[in-house]
Design a protein around this ligand. Structure first.
Ligand SMILES: [Zn+2]
Ligand SMILES: [Zn+2]
Length: 469
């Protein structure tokens, strides 16, 4: 097999110098594999014989990626975090899914979403009206949150995936591919089409007893879109993608040891592309040599920022419960309902499952999330190897469930747009909608700024490695 010197032309000058310093060694070690024609058709481990090291995102443990077959995944041996998940034909797969999802989204915004009829007065809405109607009721922020999370960001995400995979499939990445690859991981938590579906079902069941409801073509198209969007996000193989973008990957710095933490060796694992980078003296300006994402040994001021966001979310949770989330006007009689009031009302009407969904999404999830984060922040300094794993699992659950609280905000958006029959029956949004939306966003940000690696920091690594300080 032919050895070639590493291609440093794609790296900025200061990083290129790192590679130029040891060209022979790198060439010998086959740092970058020669370009091959079917670039995306072989997994990274088939294209390099070097051990590819990764630092776990959640516990910072350095381990070597094993060769993976399609359908297999590599988990961190210390905390169980999934480092890499391998798919068969990842580029073709995610591109096909993204194109189908985009077509479903176009169908979802082009046809009527749902219609209702009460005593001869009927109204038919399109998907985007769930956001635009809110602007008419002086709720522009909630409107922006709704349209961004269900249409704009998913569309941007899907187009990004198509752009990226198209370039990879024709063996030459299109311009901006790296920037797009980097932004995809940041966008993913904010795509809420699946949550919106639950919101739509809740709203429809809620009004089914009062009015006649008919589902439009767009509703089914949107259901298909939500499923395809999840499938697209799941199909992305970031490891394969970043490896293919460069036809290889730079090795971890010489002397990097496994079975210890990256921080103990003055290294940092990139959160976006996974590469292990040396941390320069000025750690504040450190960026990944492959994807240029800022690098941190630990998220700076993680606990302080998490505390600040927890406090802000707790403060916002008070008006979210005190003020009405929506005001129902029926035959000239208007009755405001708070989140809890709505749950009680639904339970009294006998809609127990819907009451339970709203109660879990609007009370249990946000409160549970805040309590879990407060507890994690308090005990983080007293963790040990035995309880750290359980605490990391708690953190993962906290991070995963956060977005599901948006259900109630979506319910308000749908009902406000749909129930427009003047004094006969109409629903207007209350001030709690904005406050509650803020709680959801703030708790999501709090979970993102909490650095789970801190849970693992108190027990000192078993091997001290090449400590530089
Ligand atoms: Zn780990
Ligand atoms: Zn990176």
């Amino acid at each position: 097999m032919r050895n070639i010197p590493p291609d440093t032309s794609r790296f900025p000058e200061k990083y290129a110098a790192i590679f130029r310093a040891v060209p022979d060694r790198l060439a010998k070690q086959r740092l970058l594999t020669p370009p091959i024609s079917d670039v995306d058709h072989a997994p990274p481990e088939a294209r390099t014989q070097r051990r590819r090291l990764r630092a776990c995102h959640e516990c910072d443990w350095v381990s070597a990626l094993p060769p993976l077959k399609p359908g297999e995944k590599a988990n961190c041996p210390r905390c169980g975090y999934t480092l890499v998940r391998r798919h068969r034909y990842p580029a073709q797969r995610s591109m096909a899914l993204a194109i189908t999802a985009l077509i479903a989204l176009i169908a979802a915004i082009s046809f009527p979403f749902v219609s209702f009829n009460v005593s001869g007065v009927s109204n038919r809405i399109e998907l985007t009206q769930t956001a635009t109607t809110l602007i008419g009721f002086d709720q522009p922020l909630v409107a922006i949150a709704v349209i961004m999370t269900i249409v704009v960001l998913p569309a941007v995400y899907l187009m990004g995936v198509i752009w990226l995979q198209f370039g990879l499939l024709r063996d030459s990445p299109l311009p901006f591919s790296r920037d797009i690859a980097r932004s995809l991981s940041h966008l993913a938590p904010w795509l809420m089409a699946d949550v919106f579906i639950i919101g739509a079902l809740v709203s429809l069941i809620k009004i089914a007893s009062m009015a006649q409801v008919e589902l439009g073509v767009s509703f089914w198209a949107f259901c298909a879109f939500a499923v395809l969007l999840i499938a697209t996000t799941q199909s992305l193989d970031a490891d394969w993608m970043w490896f293919s973008l460069d036809d290889g990957e730079p090795l971890a710095p010489k002397g990097t040891r496994t079975a210890t933490t990256a921080a103990a060796q003055n290294l940092a694992g990139c959160h976006t592309c996974g590469l292990i980078n040396p941390m320069p003296a000025q750690a504040k300006k450190a960026r990944c040599i492959r994807c240029h994402e800022p690098l941190h040994n630990r998220i700076p001021h993680s606990l302080q920022r998490t505390w600040a966001l927890i406090i802000a979310a707790t403060v916002m949770y008070i008006p979210a419960n005190l003020y009405p989330i929506m005001i129902t006007t029926s035959l000239g009689d208007s009755s405001p309902s708070t989140i809890i009031g709505g749950v009680v009302e639904l339970a009294q009407m006998g809609s127990w499952p819907i009451a339970a969904v709203i109660f879990i999404a609007s009370v249990i999830v946000p409160v549970g999330k805040l309590v879990a984060l407060v507890w994690l922040c308090l005990v983080v300094a007293r963790s040990n190897e035995i309880n750290a794993r359980k605490r990391t699992v708690l953190y993962r659950i906290t991070e995963f469930i956060g977005r599901w609280s948006m259900v109630d905000v979506f319910v308000v958006a749908i009902l406000v747009a749909l129930i427009r029959a003047g004094s006969l029956m109409s629903i207007t949004p209350g001030p709690a909608a904005l406050a509650f939306g803020a709680v959801v966003v703030l708790t999501m940000l709090a979970a993102m700024t909490f650095d789970p690696r801190l849970i693992w920091d108190t027990p000192p690594p078993r091997y001290s490695g090449n400590v530089d300080d």
